[in-house]
Ligand binder design. Structure first.
Ligand code: FE2
Length: 407
């Protein structure tokens, strides 16, 4: 398996700040049926369904599948009883993101510092260590917006993240997928031969309620010691009908960026408000942006697998090349090197800033509720989020909202 390292330099040591993040350990989803969700994400997005923790590994409460691609690790968890927290949450919110977990040197110390910084402990989130002969995995979790949590994860022995990246067992009570899931093994074989090229989580966007953006910006600054990376207001991101405001928080080493959106008043309902309406009026993760080095390859592969993407009007491409290439020339960068006709054929969006350009595309919602979706992003120097596309994109989103009767 190819491993992509985004770890800080070797100079980072255990004596560093306890809140120094080494990696995104995993993103956990609570889903209605983990086995079937695993098949969906493997089939549509090319993930390997690598490991499972369920009744057959002594887990009596829940079934969890580990899906991997590049340096992305998803855990898909379903409760095995009505009382399991995952079952209760799925009943309220549908499938979605529960935990954005960070690998740290010492989970307990990171947790203690976050609590001292003002965090509250997540339900069941006190530090706990899972151990067996191979090593240990320690986890401790704090609350963030809505039902979401951040877990700190530290690992020893065979459970060290570098071992996990090379196919080692994820944690005690996990095992490699075996003959019990032959349909899952078959999709794994197909995916090895037909990779989609997704590498890691580039950013992860949260939708919060009106008036709460600055509250959560302060939370990320004070508790996790993130800093403000960019912000956009409703003048940047608005159409005739709807608007939003967004601030981007980044971890100290820029390992992860977490934009936070709040709705802004518009003539009709914003996409953020639509999300909240279908998410029990509770904040949550709106989209995960997955990074690729080759947007054209990834989008072609995902389209061939049946992934539904937002469709932009053809007119978008009448202006985009002038806009983007003018910006690139002004700042001394090369023009967009990807084939322009192919970009249009695949419906990919392009934007540029003073540092370079990016290619991006957004899926439609990944479940029946208009809540979580993915973005597929490729950066060629640009570190922003496609501000130049917001207006065109919002108009496309509004068409979809209208089709759902939610505008
Ligand atoms: Fe994004």
């Amino acid at each position: 398996m190819t491993t992509i390292s985004r770890q800080p330099s070797a100079a980072a040591s255990k004596t560093s700040d306890p809140l120094q993040l080494i990696d995104v350990d995993h993103v956990r989803f609570h889903v209605g049926n983990a086995k079937q969700a695993a098949f969906f994400y493997a089939h549509c997005f090319g993930f390997q369904i690598e490991q499972v923790s369920d009744l057959t590994t002594g887990n009596r409460d829940a079934a969890t599948y580990l899906l991997t691609q590049g340096n992305i690790r998803f855990l898909l968890t379903s409760g095995l009883s009505a009382e399991h927290p995952a079952s209760l949450e799925v009943a309220m919110y549908g499938d979605g993101v529960k935990d954005v977990a960070f690998t740290v040197f010492d989970a307990e110390k990171a947790f203690d510092k976050a609590i001292r910084n003002g965090a509250s402990v997540a339900p069941g989130g006190e530090p706990r260590t899972y151990r067996d002969d191979a090593g240990t995995v320690t986890m401790a979790s704090i609350r963030t917006y809505g039902r979401c949590v951040h877990s700190f994860v530290s690992r020893t022995g065979g459970y060290d993240l570098t071992q996990v990246k090379q196919g080692g067992t994820f944690a005690p009570r996990f095992k490699k997928l075996d003959g019990q899931g032959s349909a899952l093994l078959a999709i794994n074989e197909h995916n090895k031969k037909h990779p989609c090229g997704l590498k890691y989580v580039d950013h992860l966007v949260g939708n919060v309620e009106l008036g709460k953006m600055n509250h959560w910006v302060a939370f990320y600054e004070n508790v996790l010691e993130f800093s403000m990376f960019k912000h956009f207001d409703d003048k940047d991101i608005s159409t005739e009908y709807s608007a939003l405001m967004s601030k981007v928080m980044a971890s100290g080493n820029n390992l992860i960026k977490m934009p936070i959106n709040e709705p802004a008043p518009g003539k009709k309902k914003s996409q953020i408000q639509e999300y909240l309406d279908w998410h029990c009026n509770t904040p949550g993760v709106q989209h995960l942006a997955l990074r690729t080095d080759d947007e054209l390859h990834s989008i072609a592969a995902l389209r061939s697998r049946g992934v539904d993407f937002l469709t932009l009007p053809d007119a978008y491409y009448d202006k985009v090349w002038d806009r983007v290439n003018k910006m690139l020339t002004e700042h001394g960068h090369h023009a967009v090197k990807e084939d322009h006709d192919r970009v249009k054929q695949l419906g990919i969006l392009v934007d540029a800033d003073d540092e370079g350009y990016l290619l991006q595309l957004f899926t439609k919602p990944l479940q029946d509720r208009p809540t979580l979706f993915f973005e597929i992003i490729c950066r060629r120097g640009s570190q922003s989020f496609g501000k130049g596309n917001f207006k065109a994109l919002f108009e496309a989103l509004e068409l979809e909202q209208e089709r759902r009767g939610n505008l």
